[in-house]
Design a protein around this ligand. Structure first.
Ligand code: PA5
Length: 435
């Protein structure tokens, strides 16, 4: 479960009412999408977490690859094609991967083309893998033609095909059913997983894109989806004051109109950093564009940033507090974590008054409260999201809540949340150079 507090968001009841009226039609559209149950519009990503048959099929596919021997799930994909799975994996397991070196299976993501990473991964596989059940290569690309993904895949096939056991049997391709990659995958007989046509990359975390690798990694994807369903029930409610996604969108948009052009999501949990990056991509790629039908207007320019508590208090807090303008903050905290012993009786606790008897998590909570008090005193606008715990359920809920929030922001700002026309500009340039 998540709990929300909007009391410091500085939105008035009249703003909620005004924006609520703007959103009413769109809420009805989303409710309709839920009723129609067909994947023929861009919002249909909201159907994914309730599609039990599809979830079962993904689990069944994963079962064919899972065994106690599995060590590495290698995802080759970028942006919306890897960030959702990585966000959940890192939050639950991955953030301590470099310390828990003997915990398997591990997720390895190859997104950009980095020769050191690609080579190290390949060398590690060649040294460690002795049987085919120890690894999976999941290539994920909706378009099937993203340069970095195709190049990393080509590298893997070139370097691994001969050297890794039963390489081709361990390849899973996730893509659009009518992409060239899909055709190729089918011809070669690789396991092929489809992405519903209208579900865009950054909204695809609850499709085979996010759920298949997570299931292979032993994460309870049914719980991820249950969490998403929980967020959906509230997030498509026409009672705006009971709809956290809509309220959060209203807060963001009204702060933007007050020139608060930076949206900082401040996670008081280091394991949620990748979740922050997932949200940053969702937000920037969905909203950073020129409003529809207003060609000569400037693009919407709310810049999403990610801060980590308490680390970034020792890095960014000086700036945030000295110049509190232009910024709107969403704090994200986790209420309950694993129990650690209370700090007791040693001469170390005496160095910081009040530390005696605290737990590590208790100290973090106190620091967080201190920051909240400071923001309040300085009248800096913020909302608070508190996760009951860091679990598959709460992560699914957070992601669905945010996907709806972004759709609502797009509706109010008059932009298309589902395209990315300006990304094409540099891609075209790269294609030209490659030729
Ligand atoms: O969210 C998006 O649409 C993008 O970030 C894409 O996921 C990203 O560009 C990768 O594209 P593709 O999945 O087609 O390889």
């Amino acid at each position: 479960m998540l709990t929300f507090s909007f009391k410091n968001s500085q939105i008035s009841a009249s703003q909620i009412k005004r924006y609520g009226t703007v959103l009413a039609g769109y809420v009805a559209t989303l409710q309709d999408v839920m009723k129609q149950r067909s994947y023929d519009c861009y919002e249909s990503s909201i159907l994914l977490s309730g599609n039990r048959q599809e979830i079962k099929e993904i689990q069944n596919h994963a079962k064919q690859f899972i065994s106690s021997a599995l060590r590495y799930v290698i995802v080759i994909g970028i942006g919306g094609s890897n960030l959702g799975a990585k966000a959940i994996y890192d939050a639950l397991l991955g953030s301590t991967d470099t310390i828990s070196i003997q915990r398997f299976p591990k997720l390895i993501c190859l997104d950009t083309c980095d020769v050191h990473t690609a080579q190290t991964v390949m060398q590690t596989l060649q040294q460690e893998i002795v049987s085919s059940d120890q690894y999976i290569i999941n290539v994920i690309s909706k378009s099937g033609s993203t340069a970095e993904t195709v190049a990393n895949t080509a590298y893997f096939f070139q370097m691994g095909a001969q050297k890794l056991p039963e390489f081709e049997k361990r390849v899973v391709i996730t893509t659009d059913e009518d992409s060239v990659l899909w055709k190729m995958s089918k011809e070669k007989g690789y396991t092929s997983l489809a992405i519903p046509k209208k579900v865009g990359g950054r909204y695809s975390a609850f499709s085979s894109v996010g759920l298949f690798p997570l299931a292979c990694l032993g994460i309870d994807i049914a719980q991820v989806c249950k969490g998403a369903q929980w967020a959906l029930r509230q997030g498509i409610s026409d009672r705006i004051e009971k709809n956290p996604s809509a309220q959060s969108a209203i807060a963001l948009v009204s702060q933007y109109t007050k020139r608060n052009v930076i949206h900082d999501t401040f996670f008081f949990a280091p394991a949620l950093e990748t979740l922050g990056k997932w949200y940053r991509q969702l937000f920037a790629e969905s909203l950073g564009k020129v409003p529809l039908g207003k060609k000569n207007t400037k693009a919407i320019g709310i810049t999403p940033t990610v801060s980590i508590g308490s680390t970034d208090l020792h890095s960014m807090a000086q700036l945030y507090l000295a110049n509190p303008t232009s910024r709107f903050t969403t704090f994200v905290s986790i209420a309950k974590t694993i129990d650690t012993p209370r700090l007791n009786g040693s001469e170390w606790t005496a160095l910081v008054p009040g530390l005696q008897g605290q737990t590590l998590h208790g100290l973090m909570k106190t620091i967080y409260q201190g920051v909240v008090n400071t923001y309040t005193a300085k009248k800096m606008p913020f909302v608070q999201i508190d996760m009951k715990e860091c679990s598959a359920f709460t992560l699914g809920a957070f992601m669905q809540m945010k996907m709806l929030e972004v759709m609502y922001c797009a509706h109010v700002l008059g932009v298309n949340a589902f395209d990315q026309p300006h990304v094409e500009i540099y891609k075209k340039e790269v294609r030209k150079l490659l030729k």
